[in-house]
Design a protein around this ligand. Structure first.
Ligand code: ARG
Length: 565
């Protein structure tokens, strides 16, 4: 149908291919602009005509064939050719597409590799809400790109190297002991780290000691490495609880420490390329030509730093994974860092510097959350997730006390709610966290989408037979609500593509809300199980497609859907 129309249009325009028409044919934002619209601006140059005239001419000739193309009417408006399909033809066309197991599978990435660097918490520190954001956004982007056929390597670039571990070793030796760290884990490490910083203000000697311990770490000193390894183990154990709750795994945990022995080779390379400069005892790459502060490579004591470890990391990744794109999901405040790293790669002469992409996100404000904190004012991502599960559990107990497997359902709702809330707004925007906004069963929330899915599933369970796609009475779905639902579902492929292009899971989250709203209207206004047989079967088929698409799209966000709730 769409293809036929595009073919016809291409035939009517000199020097325009069918593929070009297919690519630019849009689905208009408003229903009164048609089911498809062709922006004729694109052809103005090739055709030496103004867009309005192109649209008008196409519109006039289209009238003659509209019947055979399944078109109800068309209009030329402001340089657009707006096309309104006959509803039953439209519904038929899309249902046939959506029912195919390949629907939404756009194989744009076959044979291509992506490195996705996300989560990447800092060892011996708490896994905080900022890290929850990179984890959730990165995981969703990974799933979206996999869906497009890319091979994605999930990398957790742990913050497990740097002067702060020198501080921690000093603090541990002075103010803690094995027993306490074993018992209290990260909480104790945080406590002594904070203590170190207050004490160091009074006694700068401590900083010297810390620096010395870090130098020892860089020299592979047995004691230093032993303590550091132990702290790392403790941290990873804590983080894995968060990853388990979210259902997230990584392909590599090669963090900053992994690259420590790769920095000397980087220094040599920079030297041989004439890019290394001395500045106050440190080695830098001068980026003033690009209006950027210098990129620090090694400090005056010879130790590596965040920047140089990142440059070494990207070189290693290119060699190891042959990536076509390397994506970094971090807070907006690291924008300059990545600009410098990417620029350094460029000035080193690598022509793939433009395949390095920083995907930044905004801050989370927890003011509205009223969280009970474990100790002090420190907020742990794990506590947020657990509290969300608990609240979901109470909500179920209120709404549906007879539900089976309440714990499992509560986990899916609680976790899904946090994920959805994080992903619903454009990632660059700051997030205001409040339990009402996260867990409400109504509105633009995860539970609302999950509830829609469960509702569809429950209708299907009540129907005596499986959805039948072979003999659908399309006419029965051509009334407003059915048509609108089909139209909402038809946007899935576009949403996946757009989300990938913009590194923006919110496109999928919004798509899900559109589908959920359309389904709920359909459900309320069009009786399904009570309808006459052929209408009933048509509506059942549409209900089945809806739950399939919701489940798949929720999967792209990294959230599960309970069958009942
Ligand atoms: N550990 C860093 C942080 O918590 C994020 C690391 C991001 N990835 C990278 N390759 N620099 O802020």
């Amino acid at each position: 149908m769409k293809e036929e129309i595009c073919k016809w249009i291409a035939k009517n325009l000199v020097n325009v291919s069918e593929q070009e028409v297919i690519t630019i044919m849009e689905v208009p934002p408003e229903d009164n602009m048609g089911d498809f619209a062709l922006p004729c601006f694109t052809f103005a140059k090739v055709l030496h005509k103004n867009p309005a005239r192109i649209a008008q001419e196409l519109n006039t000739s289209l009238k003659e064939v509209q019947e055979e193309l399944g078109i109800e009417k068309s209009e030329a408006v402001n340089g657009y050719l707006n096309i309104f399909m006959k509803r039953d033809k439209y519904v038929e066309y899309w249902i046939n597409k959506i029912k195919s197991p390949d629907f939404g599978l756009i194989k744009a990435g076959t044979g291509k590799n992506i490195c996705m660097d996300y989560s990447s918490p800092n060892i011996a520190k708490n896994f905080h809400v900022g890290h929850l954001r990179t984890t959730v956004i990165g995981n969703s982007l990974y799933r979206i790109y996999e869906k497009l056929g890319f091979h994605v390597v999930r990398i957790n670039h742990l913050g497990d190297w740097g002067t702060q571990f020198g501080k921690l070793i000093v603090a541990y030796k002075k103010w803690s002991d094995e027993e306490t760290v074993k018992e209290k884990g990260i909480e104790e490490l945080l406590r002594i780290y904070v203590k170190f910083n207050t004490e160091a203000e009074k006694d700068p000697e401590l900083l010297c000691q810390a620096r010395n311990w870090f130098v020892k770490m860089e020299q592979n000193d047995e004691e230093a490495i032993g303590i550091w390894n132990w702290f790392k183990e403790i941290s990873l154990k804590e983080y894995s609880r968060v990853y388990d709750l979210l259902g997230i795994t990584f392909d590599s945990y090669a963090g900053e420490s992994f690259y420590r022995d790769k920095v000397p080779a980087l220094v040599e390379e920079l030297k041989s390329k004439g890019l290394l400069k001395k500045s106050q005892g440190a080695d830098i790459v001068d980026l003033s030509e690009y209006n950027m502060p210098p990129c620090l490579i090694t400090k005056s004591d010879g130790s590596s730093i965040y920047h140089s470890r990142d440059i070494a990391a990207v070189l290693y990744r290119k060699e190891t994974y042959h990536f076509d794109r390397c994506i970094y999901v971090t807070g907006l405040e690291q924008s300059l860092h990545f600009k410098q790293v990417f620029k350094a790669i460029e000035v080193m002469g690598y022509n793939w510097a433009d395949t390095l992409i920083h995907v930044p996100y905004g801050l989370v404000s927890l003011e509205g959350a009223k969280l009970s904190t474990r100790s002090g004012n420190i907020i742990y991502a794990e506590d947020i997730l657990n509290e969300s599960i608990e609240r979901a559990f109470h909500a179920i107990q209120d709404k549906n006390p007879d539900l089976k497997e309440k714990e499992q359902v509560a986990e899916k709702i609680g976790i899904g709610a946090v994920i959805f809330h994080d992903l619903f707004n454009q990632r660059i925007k700051n997030v205001d966290f409040s339990w009402e906004a996260v867990l409400s069963f109504d509105g633009t929330t995860g539970p609302y989408v999950q509830y829609t899915y469960a509702r569809a599933k429950s209708i299907l369970r009540k129907n005596s037979k499986e959805a039948d796609y072979e003999n659908i009475d399309f006419h029965a779905l051509a009334e407003d609500r059915g048509y609108e639902l089909v139209k909402a579902l038809s946007g899935y492929e576009e949403a996946v593509k757009k989300a990938a292009e913009r590194y923006e899971p919110s496109v999928i989250a919004r798509f899900l809300v559109t589908v959920a709203v359309a389904f709920n209207k359909f459900y309320h206004e069009c009786p399904i199980l009570q309808a006459e047989e052929s209408t009933k079967q048509a509506r059942i088929a549409l209900t089945d497609l809806t739950q399939r698409v919701i489940l798949d799209a929720c999967g792209l966000l990294g959230m599960a859907c309970p069958e009942e709730m």
